[in-house]
Write a protein that binds this ligand. Structure first.
Ligand SMILES: [Zn+2]
Length: 230
């Protein structure tokens, strides 16, 4: 068993993923104009994404690339597993956002992924004690566990009620609502929020509603102050 450490600005928190990073992972299963687009369509792109996000060591990714080129079916199985865990995590995030019970099968998959997480150990340092991470499983297991972890942390000590799904049916991104009111509906006001405003505006114009008070305005929390009647 080896002890590895990635270069990081904070050696005590090597490999830590933020909730944002977890959502970025979920949102790689994307919609483009309402059509599904997988941003991690191959094992190679998934490994590159993991390396870029610091959840897998370059050597671990290379090892998997070699294994996959030697056995394409093993590579395909591994990609399917990554996509399965991503889908299960997404279902768990959806259930939190929609305030309902998750699909038990999805919960099982996420729990399995969490069990593969790294072991944290104390190691001596010249000025005291450091925390290090010992890798016990396959590097992809490790990466998936790290990507699942922020959701658990948010549930235990955060604000899971601020986990949202974008209201735009052609987007459906998972996002964290940082607005003051906690009532944001869109992943971004600049894109989906404005699209929704523009759509309301078009609908209103089409209806020839010239006598109305005008387009529904949205406040800084992305909440329309006037109902979209059309
Ligand atoms: Zn959106």
């Amino acid at each position: 068993m080896t002890t590895n450490r990635l270069p990081t600005t904070d050696p005590n928190h090597a490999h830590d993923v933020s909730l944002e990073g977890t959502f970025d992972f979920l949102n790689t299963d994307d919609l483009e104009n309402g059509f599904p687009v997988d941003r991690l369509p191959t094992l190679d792109t998934a490994l590159a994404w993991f390396v870029e996000r610091g959840v897998i060591h370059y050597e671990g990714a290379e090892r998997w690339r070699k294994q996959a080129s030697a056995s394409p079916s093993a590579g395909a199985d591994e990609l399917a597993r990554i996509q399965r865990v991503r889908g299960a995590l997404r279902e768990v995030a959806n259930s939190i956002a929609e305030e309902r019970a998750p699909d038990p099968a999805a919960l099982d998959i996420v729990n399995q992924a969490l069990h593969a997480r790294q072991v944290i150990e104390l190691i001596p340092a010249w000025d005291g004690v450091n925390v290090d991470h010992r890798h016990v499983g396959d590097p992809i297991d490790d990466a998936l566990a790290r990507l699942a972890d922020p959701l658990v942390r948010e549930l235990t000590g955060g604000h899971p009620e601020r986990i949202r799904i974008c209201d735009n049916d052609r987007c459906r991104w998972v996002f964290y609502d940082t607005s003051r009111t906690g009532r944001r509906r869109w992943c971004s006001m600049a894109t989906c929020g404005n699209q929704a405003k523009a759509a309301r505006h078009r609908a209103r114009a089409k209806a020839g509603d010239a006598g109305s008070a005008g387009v529904g305005q949205a406040d800084d929390a992305g909440q329309p102050t006037q109902a979209a009647a059309n």
